[in-house]
Design a protein around this ligand. Structure first.
Ligand code: ASP
Ligand code: MG
Length: 437
């Protein structure tokens, strides 16, 4: 059972989670994110230290500590757990204040980021103790590891986690940190932003859990972006493939990397709502459950690159040479379409764009369009859905489409549009594809 930042972000929310998890009949591992806002604050603190702005960093640390002091006042009431919570805060903020004084390094910045999950889990445990609920803490830094390519080592995670669990044959409730891990050098590291979902899925896969529950503040994955479109409905069931397309192409509910462990080890994933635990949510399993379009999602900050060359005509090896440039700069390509004399592709990582464009120059005329969005229409066997193309393009006929990708997978049609049309296209698709307004 993984709970995100907003689910633990207020004392009363933490109380609520404890009442949820203590009702479990089966043994459960609770995976927690940092309190909402904490990781952002820690990123900022790390940046300030890196820039040598120690005074400002010190102020930011103080501000964050005040937030935690206020938090525990409402979290625990009895003197003993309260003293314990205070000691936890003192320990972690002392650590931050020590870091402030030593010279900055990449490894230290990861140590800073890890404080959020360490704090949230320990404070959660202090409240469990106040409530006299039996539990065991499983330190993520003792079992969650990544290799030299930052990929989780599922084999070793399995061995270490099993050993840890075997130490507590009597316990039914376990608590651990999401997001944090150790790298090949044995240093504290993390699974990248939003990585707690990934932790949960890896843990579920490693122990062969009956299910992996991701608890957030919305009742499952919706057919469209609820922040943009007025009426959206939760999707009941998705296949792992559909979920992967949606998670990757913009649905903010689940970290995209968290799909593969669950899929490989056949663990059903449930997206559930902390504030509405009885709601059905979304179930992600191998079977799609039904045929047809299920959801649309948008991915922002996309850069489109077009390479036009008459030399491409009837040539072979052209695409390889282009792709090699992106490979060299470790920049993933998301969408691609080709004509006989041009190829258009998209990336979302602008870090190496200058170098990439320079190396593409010899291949032909290059055009770059920034500030685009990928709109993904996802479903099961959508190509076999009657009139799908007519319906899709019919509902967005007034919007200029820069690229279309269809047939890459049976589950997805992607459109590239200028960012300014995003709201409009999502609204029109809601009406055209789902009959919702
Ligand atoms: N706390 C981390 C973050 O904000 C990990 C997570 O919440 O999933 O990115
Ligand atoms: Mg998240």
């Amino acid at each position: 059972m993984k709970f995100g930042g907003t689910s633990v972000g207020k004392p009363e929310r933490m109380h609520h989670i404890v009442s949820l998890v203590s009702k479990q009949t089966e043994p459960a591992i609770v995976v927690l994110s940092a309190l909402s806002g904490t990781t952002n604050a820690l990123v900022e603190i790390g940046n300030l230290i890196a820039k040598g702005e120690r005074n400002m960093a010190s102020q930011a640390i103080e501000k964050l500590e005040a937030h935690y002091q206020a938090f525990i006042k409402d979290l625990v009431k009895a003197p003993e757990p309260y003293a314990k919570a205070q000691a936890i805060i003192a320990e972690h903020f002392e650590f931050l204040n020590i870091i402030l004084k030593i010279s900055f390094s990449e490894a230290l910045s990861k140590d800073i980021l890890a404080q959020g999950e360490l704090l949230s889990t320990k404070l959660f445990c202090a409240y469990l103790e106040e409530q006299k609920i039996d539990y065991a803490l499983l330190p993520a830094l003792e079992f969650m590891t990544i290799d030299q390519y930052d990929e989780p080592q599922i084999g070793s995670i399995k061995v270490k986690l099993t050993q840890l669990l075997n130490q507590y044959p009597e316990k039914k409730l376990f608590v651990t940190q999401g997001y944090i891990c150790r790298n090949v050098r044995g240093e504290v590291d993390n699974l990248k932003r939003g990585g707690s979902d990934y932790s949960a899925s890896l843990i579920a896969a490693a122990i062969g859990a009956t299910s992996c529950e991701i608890w957030t503040d919305i009742d499952g994955l919706h057919n469209n972006d609820p922040r943009i479109v007025k009426k959206t409905v939760p999707v009941e069931q998705l296949s792992f493939e559909e979920a992967a397309e949606l998670a990757y192409f913009g649905a903010k509910i689940l970290h995209p990397a968290s799909i593969w462990p669950a899929q490989t080890y056949k663990i059903p994933v449930k997206l559930l709502n902390t504030m509405q635990p009885e709601a059905r949510g979304t179930l992600i399993v191998e079977q799609a459950g039904s045929v047809g379009v299920k959801a649309v999602a948008a991915k922002d900050n996309i850069i489109a690159i077009r390479i036009k060359s008459s030399r491409m005509l009837l040539a072979y090896g052209f695409l390889r040479k282009i792709f090699e440039v992106f490979e060299k700069y470790r920049t993933p390509i998301d969408m691609i379409t080709t004509s006989e004399v041009a190829v258009s592709l998209t990336i979302d990582n602008p870090a190496y764009i200058k170098a990439i464009l320079k190396e593409l120059e010899p291949f032909g005329t290059i055009e770059v369009d920034e500030n685009h969005a990928i709109i993904s229409v996802v479903g099961n066997e959508i190509s076999q859905t009657t009139d799908i193309v007519k319906k899709l393009f019919g509902s967005i006929k007034n919007i200029p489409v820069r690229m279309v990708s269809y047939g890459g997978s049976p589950h997805n049609i992607s459109l590239l549009i200028a960012a300014e049309y995003k709201t409009q296209i999502l609204q029109q698709l809601n009406k055209g594809m789902f009959g919702l307004e």
